[in-house]
Each structure stands twice: as structure tokens, then as C-alpha cells.
Write a protein that binds this ligand. Structure first.
Ligand code: F6P
Length: 486
């Protein structure tokens, strides 16, 4: 039986649609990012009003036309939803995106800070935080205006302060905040001044449920609250935190993919054409890496690990190649722009050391080419997924679903997906290049029967726990909240 249609308000930085112009005419394009893809399924199944931030130039024009109302829109499948833009001051948006969310929170939560990373000046950090707070307030204002919903679903680290702001605005609908990225151990938050850390936690604790990707993330959030907030009553057994008379449940919901949707993408003309080209030019054995150019994804160590493998195994020269698909990401944030240069340099150095006229060890392709990624999913012999930390890592779910060669997966023990998929993968210790290189070798050398068993296990795990289950689990927990909160 199909679940009852609910009235839902979804709140995220990026929306399901971004507007542009083509020959002077307004066009709606698909919004970018994994979060939006995962949530898109909600639109067909429920009455959704989506609160998103105006990001493109044309988004700002649409936001001005909306003048604080929601407009009717349609997704690619013709499902209706309502879209309402928040349009914060551009300086506040920049502070949120370039100063707080992506360098600071992203780096804290992915454990990317080392002693070598320059500390920010306290004054700059506080000024950036004030922008982050105002950005959150402007999104919360639009969400509060759409509060007659059965539930409000707020997403990710750009919007940690929104749940409490909704409470303070008197919103009665239950609020679930879901964090897509890892939650680190309490000590990692020492990078933030304690008052800002506490504001962040109290912001989240305005929600009735806070959701994380893994059991470990939820446990570390509870430990952080116990550590940081002496006034909070933390119950790790029950997964609950009470603060100022309000109780927040702490749960984990591993995000997943829409298998049928992915098969449709595989069978679309663009991916079929990319596949035909790849089959013509692929090396005999193909190692695949697909990622955004993000320091947490650990591309450079992946190339170093491949370099070591080639040093040890001359028999693989000319036989094996790594296809490294890198989608440029967040280049407006200096540390990400630098990282893309590091990726280029690392791949070039492996190619200079080992390449020949007829053989390119690392085929690095920089660009946003989803059809090629999907085509490559079908073709790999080994998929290498070695992030330093990752909330889930959807590539480790998408690729095995479509693979046609019983490809092996070498998966970081620090990817959220390792909790679900680790049993079928070769484990990778992401900071250990020697171990990563040995894992690559083990994955390449797995006997055919073993590869088949593992590939089958991976496919089943993804089919059983799909994105619909991810959403259903959250809505079920919301429905179980006491009447007083619903
Ligand atoms: O899944 C993609 C993701 O990691 C989301 O968790 C997050 O909201 C988004 O990236 C942000 O990325 P961007 O810089 O593209 O807005």
C-alpha cells in the first residue's frame, strides 16, 4: 500500500531547480548535488513545499518576483511541488558558503584540520559566523511562513541554526534536521570558539529529531552534547537529549539511491554513447575513481597508492589503467581551488614516472560528466573509494548497482557506507598509502568466484535499502512523536 501523502516542507541550501536563461528565456535546470537527488523522490510521493536559497542570477530575479510567496513548479516527471526562495544578502551567503560551511564546518567534520592548516583570525571567524547566522535566519523566515505542514525537514550543515529559529518563531510542526556529512568526535569541535560550538548544538537541538548517516555519527553527536552542554540531559541508551524542557531524539538514517532511477540514466542516450566510447578505449583492467575535487575525497593519496602498485608490479604495466573522473567543486573557496591543482600535479607525476607512448596509467578527466561516470560504473574491475571521511558516499552504492564485470570495491573504512557495505569490500585505511596500495592489489587479484559473491552482496544491499526506505524511516519516526509535538 502506498504511504499516505503528507504535507511536507523541505528546507535546504540548494533546491531541486535552479533557474538560468537561454536566448533570453527563463529555463529551469535540475539542481546540483547528492542531497537534492536523494530528496527529489519526495516530490512525487507527497505534497512538498521546498524552501531553497536563491543562488543563480536568475534565481534572484525569480525570488524578487515571488515576493515572499511560494510558486508552483514541476519536476522532470511532471510532479507538482511548490518552491519558495530565501534570498539572503549576498555577503551573508558568501560568509556562509566560503567562510563557515565549506572551509570551516566541512573541514572540522571531515577531520581535515592538521597542524599545517593556518588558523583563522578570531575576528574574521566571528564576522563570518554572524553572516552564517543571518543566512540561517533568512532561510528560517521563509520556512516559518510555510509552517502549516505535517513536518519540516531541514537539511545539512549550512542550516544548523534553523531548527531553533523555527521553534523561537513559534512553529508547531515537528522538525527533523538531517546532517549529510560525518559528525566527528567531541574534541574536533575545539576548532570553534565554545560559544559558537554551543550555538550550533543548541540550534540543532531545536529539532524534534536530529538524523545522521550512521550509528557512529549519532553516538558522537550524543557525546558532543554531553561534553559541551552541562545543562543538557543526554541519554545515550534512548538516543535523546533534553535541553531547556525540549527533547530531541537522535537517530541514524543511512542515505541511499533510487535503483530504478539509476538504471534509467544508464539506458539514456548520453550514457549509452559514453559507454560505447569507453568500451573501445578502456585498458584491459580498469580501476575507477569518481569524485568531486574535495580534499576529503583523498584523490592524491589514491594516485600515490596506484604509483606504488605500479612500482611493485611491473607485470601490470600496460595492462591496467586508472580512470579518474574529477568533478570540479567549490572553486570559489581558495583551499578547494588549490586542491584541484594538487590533483592535476599528482596524476601528472604518476604518468611521467610510469607512462609510455601507448599507455597512460592515470586517465584524469576533469569536468562534470555524469553520463561518463554512469558508463564507467558498468565497466570497472576495481572501484577505489578512499575518502578521509565521508557522510555516506553514494558512489559506493551507485557503481556496484550498475557494474557488469563483478568489479571489486576497495572502500575506505571512514566512509559512512562502510557500516552497510564493508563486508563485501576490501577495506582501505585512507591515510595509509601503503595499505591503500595493498588493498588495490588485493582487489585486482580477487578470484573470479569471490568477486561474483561480493558484487552480488553489494547489489542486494543497495536494492534492499534504497532511498525510499531512507525517507520512509524518517517519516515513520516523525509519526511516532508524541501528539504534543505533532
Ligand atoms: O551530497 C553533496 C553534499 O555533500 C551535501 O551534503 C551538501 O549539502 C552539498 O554537498 C554542498 O555542496 P555544494 O558546495 O555543491 O553546495
Amino acid at each position: 500500500m502506498a504511504p499516505a501523502r503528507r504535507i511536507l516542507t523541505v528546507v535546504s541550501n540548494r533546491g531541486p531547480i535552479r533557474y538560468g536563461t537561454d536566448d533570453g528565456r527563463r529555463v529551469a535546470r535540475r539542481g546540483a548535488g547528492g542531497l537534492v537527488s536523494a530528496l527529489r523522490g519526495l516530490i512525487g510521493a507527497h505534497h512538498v513545499t521546498w524552501i531553497a536559497c536563491a543562488i543563480t542570477a536568475e534565481d534572484h530575479v525569480v525570488a524578487a518576483e515571488q515576493a515572499g510567496t511560494a510558486m508552483r513548479e514541476e519536476d522532470a516527471a511532471g510532479n507538482q511541488f511548490r518552491l519558495r526562495f530565501a534570498d539572503p544578502d549576498p555577503l551573508d551567503y558568501a560568509a556562509m558558503y566560503r567562510q563557515v560551511a565549506n572551509p570551516l564546518l566541512w573541514f572540522i567534520q571531515h577531520r581535515l584540520y592538521g597542524d599545517g592548516v593556518e588558523p583563522d583570525s578570531e575576528a574574521e571567524l566571528r564576522a563570518g559566523w554572524a553572516g552564517y547566522r543571518r543566512y540561517n535566519a533568512s532561510v528560517a523566515r521563509e520556512a516559518a511562513a510555510e509552517a502549516g505542514a505535517d513536518a519540516i525537514l531541514v537539511h545539512d550543515y549550512q542550516l544548523y541554526l534553523v531548527p531553533r529559529m523555527l521553534r523561537e518563531a513559534g512553529v508547531a510542526a515537528p522538525v527533523l534536521h538531517f546532517t549529510h556529512i560525518p559528525w566527528p568526535e567531541p574534541g574536533a569541535w575545539s576548532r570553534l570558539p565554545t560559544d559558537l560550538r554551543d550555538e550550533l548544538l543548541e540550534g540543532l537541538l531545536g529539532a524534534d529529531i536530529v538524523g545522521f548517516q550512521t550509528r557512529g555519527d549519532a553516538a558522537r553527536f550524543l557525546a558532543t552534547c554531553a561534553d559541551a552542554l552541562p545543562g543538557a540531559d543526554v541519554d545515550p541508551e534512548a538516543g535523546a537529549v533534553a535541553l531547556d524542557g525540549h527533547e530531541t531524539r537522535v537517530r541514524h538514517y543511512p542515505i541511499s539511491i533510487d535503483p530504478d532511477g539509476f538504471r534509467r540514466v544508464r539506458d539514456a542516450p548520453a550514457a549509452l554513447a559514453a559507454h560505447a566510447a569507453l568500451v573501445r578505449e578502456r585498458p584491459r583492467r580498469l580501476i575507477l575513481r569518481v569524485d568531486r575535487s574535495d580534499p576529503s575525497k583523498n584523490s592524491v593519496r589514491a594516485y600515490h597508492a596506484f604509483d606504488r602498485l605500479l612500482e611493485r608490479r611491473p607485470d601490470l604495466h600496460g595492462e591496467v589503467g586508472m580512470l579518474a573522473l574529477v568533478d570540479p567543486s567549490r572553486l570559489a573557496v581558495p583551499i578547494y581551488a588549490q586542491h584541484l591543482d594538487d590533483i592535476r600535479a599528482a596524476a601528472r607525476s604518476v604518468n611521467e614516472r610510469h607512462g609510455t607512448r601507448d599507455w597512460l596509467p592515470i586517465d584524469l578527466r576533469i569536468g562534470d560528466n555524469f553520463p561518463l561516470a554512469v558508463a564507467a560504473y558498468r565497466e570497472y574491475d576495481v572501484l577505489l573509494v578512499n575518502p578521509i571521511a565521508d557522510g555516506m558516499n553514494l558512489i559506493s552504492k551507485e557503481a556496484p548497482l550498475l557494474n557488469e564485470r563483478d568489479g571489486a570495491v576497495a572502500l575506505s573504512v571512514c566512509a559512512g557506507s562502510f557500516e552497510e557495505l564493508g563486508a563485501w569490500c576490501v577495506p582501505v585505511e585512507p591515510l595509509d598509502v601503503g595499505q591503500t596500495s595493498a588493498a588495490l592489489e588485493q582487489a585486482l587479484d580477487l578470484p573470479a568466484a569471490e568477486r561474483a559473491i561480493r558484487a552480488d552482496g553489494l547489489r542486494r544491499a543497495v536494492e534492499v535499502h534504497d532511498v525510499a526506505a531512507w525517507i520512509a524511516d524518517q517519516l515513520d519516526d516523525l509519526a511516532r512523536l508524541p501528539e504534543a509535538v505533532r
